[in-house]
Design a binder for this molecule. Structure first.
Ligand code: PMP
Length: 398
């Protein structure tokens, strides 16, 4: 059948090559930041004429803007399958969301986190038990179970990614949610790399908190989300103190009662929220088409890489583990930076090289080395894949 694939702004823009020529850009860096969807561009353009103050203004444009902002929140809520009464807080990005949650957990909360996490999910906790990279998904579940069971009494939180930003592998978040709850713990899921590729249903999967970033979801930089249970957030000292977070201020301050108001002090990023919500709506309308298309493209890429004897794909759980469109690899005889620069300057291909803000995980996979990451998205074509494979085939030793 005909697939409905949305379009991104600026796919195939011409980029210069070292030899003076130009080629259409082959963007393989979606996992870092994805280009905007055309629908996102249109939503922002539609909102701009009414762009005005939120929440406090009485003028018509203020009412329209406030309505659009709160509507964006509801769009995000249904995108995540979040419970009607849960909080949906707009933040700057996933890093901001995890830091907000870290600040909102009750004092003395025991946090358990895998060392395979992105630094955004690994570092914000005051004290956390770090679990080593598990050899299988089942081992992830049993290790989490053991660690949570031996936490001291009090609140407990398990933090885990839904899809790895290094290998693209999917983590068993439903099973992890079950063992968390069985041990009286909550689970916070870093969905930054999942939601650009696959739907998520917080209610069905039993997830207490979810964080993600707009700029990886085909919206511009500067908007993110923390969604989840409202109680800890409502009880916590505001993340930022100022206007909006306070209900009344005199000698003492009474903080706003709602989790959203309490943690969204200052004038919010309305256009960012509108853009993010437009991306949520667009993706929700075509998940299955996107998944089928991505599977085909990732399959083509991985089969091609497997046929290159000097290229080694990274994975924690092996070749067959389910994953999203993120593939990292090393090239024998080459350092990652030189691979990335050669791909860019000779082929117009944009990949990322380094340790992907997941140092312990990359160290576990390749020791002290860096790796190259090719991540796919809506604007990726077969031609891009084939260009990347041809370019990598041309990287001979020395
Ligand atoms: N978590 C994961 C899994 C990520 O891939 C990233 C971005 N690389 C982040 C968190 C942090 O996202 P942001 O930079 O938007 O805060």
């Amino acid at each position: 059948g005909v697939r409905r694939i949305p379009r991104v702004v600026g796919a195939d823009v011409p980029v210069p090559l070292r030899d003076g020529g130009h080629v259409p850009y082959a963007n393989f860096d979606y996992a870092a930041s994805a280009p905007c969807l055309e629908a996102v561009h249109e939503a922002v353009t539609r909102a701009l004429p009414y762009y005005s103050s939120v929440h406090r203004g009485a003028g018509y444009a203020s009412q329209v803007t406030t309505g659009a902002y709160e509507e964006a929140r509801e769009t995000v809520r249904s995108f995540l399958g979040a419970w009607r009464r849960s909080a949906v807080v707009f933040t700057r990005n996933t890093t901001d969301s995890m830091n907000l949650l870290a600040q909102a957990v009750p004092a003395g909360t025991s946090v358990v986190v895998f060392e395979t996490e992105h630094h955004a999910s690994l570092l914000p906790w005051k004290r956390a038990v770090r679990l080593p990279a598990p050899a299988t998904p089942a081992e992830a579940v049993s290790a989490a179970d053991r660690a949570l069971r031996s936490c001291p009494t009090g609140s407990r939180l398990l933090v885990v990614t839904a899809a790895s930003n290094v290998t693209g592998e999917l983590w068993p978040i439903e099973e992890l949610a079950r063992v968390a709850h069985r041990n009286g713990a909550r689970i916070a899921v870093d969905a930054a790399q999942l939601v650009p590729h696959r739907p998520l249903d917080m209610t069905a999967h039993g997830l207490d908190y979810v964080a993600f970033s707009g700029h990886k979801l085909y919206a511009p930089f500067g908007s993110g989300v923390l969604a989840g249970r409202a109680d800890w957030l409502r009880a916590a000292v505001p993340y930022l103190k100022g206007g909006g977070a306070s209900a009344s201020v005199g000698e003492t301050t009474r903080w706003a009662a709602s989790a959203e108001q309490r943690h969204e002090a200052g004038s919010p990023n309305v256009l960012g929220a509108i853009a993010l919500a437009a991306a949520c709506e667009t993706l929700s309308a075509c998940w299955s088409d996107l998944a089928v298309r991505e599977e085909a493209l990732v399959g083509r890429l991985r089969a091609g890489l497997a046929a290159l004897p000097h290229v080694r794909e990274l994975s924690l759980w092996g070749d067959r583990a389910p994953r999203v469109g993120i593939v990292s690899f090393t090239v024998d005889g080459w350092n990652a930076r030189d691979v990335a620069l050669t791909l860019s300057e000779e082929h117009g291909i944009g990949v990322r090289d380094g340790k992907f803000c997941a140092h312990p995980f990359v160290r576990h996979l390749v020791g002290g080395e860096s790796a190259v990451r090719a991540s796919l998205g809506i604007g990726t074509s077969e031609e891009h894949i084939d260009r990347l494979l041809t370019a990598l085939a041309g990287l001979t030793r020395g």
